[in-house]
Design a protein around this ligand. Structure first.
Ligand code: AMP
Length: 379
């Protein structure tokens, strides 16, 4: 195979959080070296890296040094300034490329791109003032105001109803522009994760069912009965359309709602592996992180197959952790669920500290068991 980036090469990762850590873990297992930009040796990714640049994204020299150290560069979060991405891409291949990155960091651009390829999204419009927000509410009814850039896990989001003083809310947000979306009624949320290789070949996991708490992913279920073969087909086709449209080399996730009237609509794109795909580490023959590595390094494609009938993942936020890791805490986890901790020092409320995954014969059993174990950690 031509253009193979083989073991011994260095994978550059922009961003130093848990997604980078799990990619680094797979890459190390397969004999690669890791360079990380955006966190020091104590960061979740830095702890597993050979080289690290705590760096800031305005430092063109540090970015160039990092890019020269890597054979291919990918990213583990989307808020990388465009000039920094461009600086790197001048020196070393950046996968996925700038087109997807730019769209994914700007909600308006993202929704416009999705619409342009025929994928349904909740009705939306851009607003720049309290008056424009009032007009959007008059059009949509209950809606959600979302910062156009830099939002994640429900941060930079405000619910708007009849009772909201929209002018006061607009002032309180202090942002120059935002996207307003109609609040949709949905039966459940799901995510479709897939990868695309350099030759255009694609691979997908069967979509996952996701439960959120306070806008943060809480529990993900694989092989959920609600995700019918018909839904799987539609969601996968939508993910494929996004992968092809942006000519992605790498992995992405689309987050979807199944509305109460049976429509499948895209909420947003994550241009990288996704929290809902963590269970692929135990539940598939190739994890989303290995798929990321395979696609960006031009390794041979693999057919993605479940290695267990069902599985579930529960996030461990700061509040889910025992105050200290005693023998008892470890005993209640056992070896199934599989415990992942991200090496973060401060266990703050709502901070993603780790996750648990369990594989089982049925999705209900997996979900029950993973929730029960998580509860036991703080019981
Ligand atoms: P987001 O940051 O866009 O992923 O939104 C976080 C969560 O807020 C989603 O997972 C949904 O649970 C909820 N949400 C976002 N947009 C909408 C919408 N248009 N209608 C209803 N719920 C939404």
């Amino acid at each position: 195979m031509s253009n193979l980036i083989g073991p011994g090469s260095t994978i550059g990762i922009l961003g130093a959080g848990q997604l980078g850590r799990m990619l680094a873990s797979v890459a190390r297992r397969m004999g690669y070296r890791i360079a990380v930009f955006g966190g020091d040796d104590s960061s979740p990714t830095g702890q597993l890296s050979d080289l690290s640049w705590p760096g800031n994204y305005d430092d063109a020299d540090a970015l160039a040094e990092f890019a020269r150290a890597a054979d291919v560069v990918t990213y583990e979060f989307e808020n990388i300034p465009a000039p920094a991405a461009a600086r790197i891409a001048e020196i070393t291949p950046l996968c996925p490329g700038a087109a997807l990155l730019t769209a994914a960091q700007n909600r308006f651009k993202e929704k416009t791109a999705l619409t342009s390829i025929g994928l349904p999204v909740a009705p939306f419009r851009m607003v720049h003032s309290g008056d424009e927000l009032a007009a959007a509410r008059a059009e949509f009814g209950d809606c959600i105001l979302k910062a156009n850039t830099d939002g994640y896990d429900g941060k930079g989001q405000w619910s708007v109803s009849d009772e909201t003083d929209v002018v006061a809310l607009w002032e309180e947000t202090g942002i120059p522009e935002a996207v307003v979306e109609k609040k949709v009624s949905f039966d459940f949320e799901l995510s479709a994760i897939g990868g695309r290789y350099r030759d255009g070949q694609k691979a997908f996991y069967a979509p996952f069912l996701n439960h959120h708490e306070n806008h943060i992913l809480d529990v993900t279920i694989s092989a959920a009965t609600q995700v019918t073969p018909e839904l799987e087909k539609r969601a996968t086709e939508m993910a494929a359309a996004v992968l092809d449209h942006f000519e992605v080399i790498g992995v992405l996730c689309i987050e979807l709602f199944l509305t109460t009237d049976g429509q499948l609509i895209v909420n947003e794109i994550a241009p990288r592996p996704h929290n809902s795909g963590h269970l692929t580490i135990e539940a598939y023959n190739c994890s989303q992180f290995e798929l990321q590595l395979r696609t960006i390094c031009n390794l041979p494609s693999v057919n993605l197959e479940r290695t267990a009938p069902a599985s579930a993942m529960a996030n461990l936020l700061g509040q889910h952790l025992p105050s200290e890791w005693t023998t008892d805490a470890f005993s209640c986890v056992g070896t199934q669920p599989n415990l992942h901790l991200y090496g973060k020092a401060g266990a703050k409320t709502n901070r993603k500290m780790g996750h648990l995954t369990i594989t089982a014969d049925s999705p209900d059993e997996a979900e029950r068991s993973v929730r029960k174990t998580r509860d036991q950690l703080t019981a």
